[in-house]
Write a protein that binds this ligand. Structure first.
Ligand SMILES: NC(=O)c1ccc[n+]([C@@H]2O[C@H](COP(=O)([O-])OP(=O)(O)OC[C@H]3O[C@@H](n4cnc5c(N)ncnc54)[C@H](OP(=O)(O)O)[C@@H]3O)[C@@H](O)[C@H]2O)c1
Length: 278
C-alpha cells in the first residue's frame, strides 16, 4: 500500500458496516493500480449521518459509498444528486468536491454491466423480463431494464402493494403479477431476476417452479452469498444461462473509484475470487 501525505481518502458509510466487502474490493484496486490512497469502513449511526458526511468532506475525503440504512438519507444530505439517484430515491456514491456533496446511484449501472458481462448473448429488446422482489434493489433492477428498453417487465412481489408502488414511481411497461401467479409470469420470458433476499445464507430459497421458463432465458440472482443460490443451481440444471450477483456489487463500485482515484478499474475473475475469499 502506498500512503503519502497526499493520499486520497474514501470509504463506505453504513451502520453496521463490518460485513461490507467494499473495503476489500477497493483495497484490491488501490494495490493493483498502485494508487496513493486508502478506502476505509466508516460506521456512522443514523442520527449522526448528515453531520458525519460534512465532517468527512471537511477532513478532505474525496467521497464515500453509502450502504444500509443510509441510502435514502444520503439523497437528502447531498447538495446535488444525479437523475438516477433522484429516480430511485437513494444515493450509494458520493463525490466530495470543495466541501460539496454530489450524490449518484450506480446500482442500476452495476446490475446491467454484470448482466451484459455474464450473459453477452442476452438481448434486452427481445423478450419480457421477470423481476421478483420490490425492495430497494429491485427498483434499481427495474430502472436498469427500463433504460435498456426491455419491452415488458413483469414484477412479482410477496406484498403486491410494494410492487404497485415501484410501478407507479418507475413509469414504463410494467405488469404486476400476484405472488400466487409467479410461475405464470415466466412464460415466454427472456430474463428472470431474483431481487429478493430469498436464497441468501440464512434465508429460505426462492420457491419458484421454472417449468414455464424458456430454456433460452437467462437467470440472474442478485444475491451473492452464496454465489450459487438454489435458484441458480435449479436454472443451470435445466440448461438456462445463469449470472450470479457478485458482479453487480463489483461493477457498481467502478464509477466511485474512478471519480475518487482517477483510474478506471476493471472487474476480473481474479478480483471476484479475491473479494469472495475469507
Ligand atoms: N448484488 C448486489 O450488488 C446487491 C445489491 C443490493 C442488494 N442485493 C441483495 O438483494 C436482496 C434484496 O435487497 P433489498 O435492499 O432490496 O432488500 P429489501 O428492500 O429489504 O427487500 C427485500 C425483498 O425480498 C422480499 N422477501 C423477503 N423475504 C421474503 C419471503 N420470505 N418471501 C417472499 N419475499 C420475501 C421482500 O418482499 P416483501 O416486499 O413482501 O417484504 C422484498 O421484495 C438482498 O439479499 C441483498 O443482499 C444485492
Amino acid at each position: 500500500m502506498i500512503l503519502s501525505g497526499r493520499a486520497g481518502l474514501a470509504g463506505i458509510v453504513g451502520w453496521p458496516v463490518s460485513h461490507s466487502r467494499s473495503p476489500k474490493l477497493h483495497g484490491y484496486w488501490l494495490r493493483h493500480h498502485r494508487v496513493d490512497g486508502a478506502y476505509v469502513p466508516l460506521p456512522i449511526r443514523p442520527e449522526a449521518f448528515a453531520q458525519g458526511l460534512r465532517m468527512l468532506a471537511a477532513f478532505g475525503f474525496r467521497g464515500v459509498n453509502v450502504t444500509l440504512p443510509h441510502k435514502e438519507a444520503a439523497l437528502a444530505a447531498c447538495d446535488e444528486a444525479d437523475d438516477q439517484a433522484r429516480r430511485l430515491g437513494a444515493v450509494n456514491t458520493i463525490v466530495m468536491r470543495d466541501g460539496r456533496l454530489e450524490g449518484s446511484n450506480t446500482d442500476a449501472f452495476g446490475f446491467l454491466e454484470n448482466l451484459v458481462q455474464g450473459a453477452p448473448a442476452w438481448r434486452a429488446r427481445a423478450a419480457p423480463a421477470v423481476v421478483v422482489g420490490a425492495g430497494g434493489a429491485a427498483r434499481a433492477v427495474v430502472a436498469a431494464l427500463l433504460d435498456a428498453a426491455v419491452p415488458e417487465i413483469r414484477l412479482v412481489n410477496r406484498t403486491r402493494s410494494r410492487a404497485e408502488m415501484v410501478a407507479q414511481e418507475l413509469d414504463g411497461p410494467l405488469q404486476i403479477f400476484d405472488w400466487a401467479d409467479r410461475t405464470r409470469a415466466l412464460s415466454q420470458a427472456g430474463l428472470l431476476v431474483n431481487a429478493t433476499s430469498l436464497g441468501m445464507v440464512g434465508q429460505p430459497p426462492l420457491d419458484l417452479d421454472l417449468s414455464d421458463l424458456p430454456r433460452a432465458a437467462v437467470v440472474n440472482d442478485i444475491v451473492y452469498t452464496p454465489l450459487q443460490t438454489p435458484l441458480l443451481a435449479q436454472a443451470a440444471k435445466r440448461g438456462n444461462g445463469v449470472v450470479d450477483g457478485l458482479g453487480m456489487l463489483l461493477h457498481q463500485a467502478r464509477p466511485g473509484f474512478e471519480a475518487w482515484f482517477g483510474v478506471e478499474p476493471e472487474v476480473t475473475d481474479e478480483l471476484r475470487r479475491f473479494v469472495m475469499s475469507d
